[in-house]
Design a protein around this ligand. Structure first.
Ligand SMILES: Cc1ncc(COP(=O)(O)O)c(C=O)c1O
Length: 395
């Protein structure tokens, strides 16, 4: 591809738009480079990245540990199917993951994306219990493939593809009574996010997750926690379920897991297993992604990133709270470095204005500006975001 045009951003956009399937509404910049908390567009303009590829670049862009690990692994072995052979990079990741995973989750199925992890969770839950029913929560987001979509709330995403999985139902997030009432003899599992991300950064009421855990144990149904967005330190603990001192029966992980390289997985309790060949993946557990994920976990451990997420998250939230009730702002909320600023109106125009100020953030639901910065964002950089928000919110 020859890009001799003066405005490289525009040229790249034209090529993508000409052939795109049309499912994405992208921001009008082409990102070509990243380092730490910063990314650069094709014209050399720098941005502070609080969007991190939808929460993926939690350890910063082109993280040194991850880059070294994948460079070394690429020279050794790129492909080795989990379904056929054992592999040292995969074993290395599994060992590392077991250091940080909830203690009761000692089995793993490796895949490539978040939605695949949710698909696996649903299949394992259904096969293990012999029951078809799954209860999900209103405002949930679990992915776009047909199984994950069946437990995703937003009717705009779901309805064009119905009929989806039968025997799925939705209950209000945070409401234990409604959840209990929805359980039937056919219920295999409940799936929920420990903090709802995509629908607007909703932190559950205190005690909710531990009450759900108890309810599942009492009723003999499985608890599936979707930690795809909350995992790997995003909320200030390695996994968000640790804030409630609970362990699920199945946990879905992905996004930040590979430090930028696609990987996903489910972790399950020892007895939750399928028969041979009941599930599988060509790329799942490939050495390149496993080497990246092992390096990512090592980096989080060695750099003590969990306390950084807690401290910087508290600082960021405190600053965001100063906007509450002013101008278009309704509320600031979040946990660790998973933060949302709810507006009284649509957030999309504000996100565009933030780009003009050199800040990348995300929407969450129609009215929330979501910040998912790298865990190593500094206080100075948080101040930079707050300074940019002032004119943006007042404009
Ligand atoms: C909680 C949650 N689950 C599942 C997914 C789907 O992940 P992916 O886009 O990798 O399929 C996402 C993606 O945003 C998510 O936030």
């Amino acid at each position: 591809m020859q890009l001799l045009n003066q405005d490289l951003n525009q040229k790249i956009q034209e090529i993508e738009d000409q052939h795109s399937s049309g499912v994405y509404a992208k921001k009008p910049i082409a990102l070509v480079r990243g380092k730490g908390t910063r990314v650069w567009d094709a014209n050399g303009r720098e941005y502070l990245d609080c969007s991190t590829g939808m929460g993926v670049a939690l350890l910063g862009h082109s993280n040194e540990y991850v880059v070294r690990a994948i460079t070394e692994q690429a020279q050794k072995l790129l492909t080795c199917p989990d379904g056929h052979f054992y592999n040292d990079a995969r074993a290395g990741l599994i060992e590392k993951l077991m250091e940080v995973a909830p203690k009761s989750l000692n089995r793993i199925f490796l895949c490539n994306t978040g939605t695949e992890a949710v698909e696996a969770a649903l299949k394992f839950a259904r096969a293990f219990t012999g029951k078809p029913g799954i209860i999900a929560t209103m405002r949930s987001f679990h992915g776009r493939t047909l199984g994950a979509l069946s437990v995703t709330w937003n009717p705009k995403y779901r309805e064009p593809f119905e009929p989806l999985l039968p025997k799925t139902s939705f209950v209000p997030y945070g409401n234990l009574e409604k959840l209990e009432a929805a359980i039937t003899d056919e219920t295999a599992a409940i799936i929920l996010e420990p903090v709802q991300g995509e629908s607007g950064v909703h932190v559950p009421p205190p005690g909710y997750l531990s009450a759900v855990r108890k309810l599942c144990s009492d009723k003999g149904i499985l608890l599936i926690l979707d930690e795809i967005q909350t995992g790997f330190g995003r909320t200030g603990k390695f996994f968000a379920c640790e804030h409630s001192s609970i362990e699920p029966d199945i946990m879905c992980i992905s996004k930040a897991m590979g430090g930028g390289v696609p990987i996903g997985a489910i972790l399950t309790r020892d007895e939750i297993q399928l028969d041979k060949a009941q599930h599988g993946s060509t790329f799942g557990g490939n050495p390149l992604a496993c080497a990246a994920a092992r390096a990512a976990i090592t980096y989080i451990q060695e750099k003590n990133l969990l306390s950084k997420a807690r401290e910087n998250g508290a600082y960021f939230l405190e600053k965001l709270k100063t906007f509450e009730g002013k101008g278009p702002v309704r509320e600031a909320r979040g946990l660790g470095l998973m933060l949302g600023l709810e507006l009284k109106e649509k957030s999309a125009p504000y996100l565009m204005k933030l780009i003009d100020h050199g800040i990348l953030a995300l929407s969450a639901g129609p009215t929330v500006i979501r910040f998912l910065p790298p865990l190593e964002i500094t206080r100075g950089e948080i101040d930079q975001v707050i300074q940019a928000l002032q004119p943006v919110l007042n404009s």
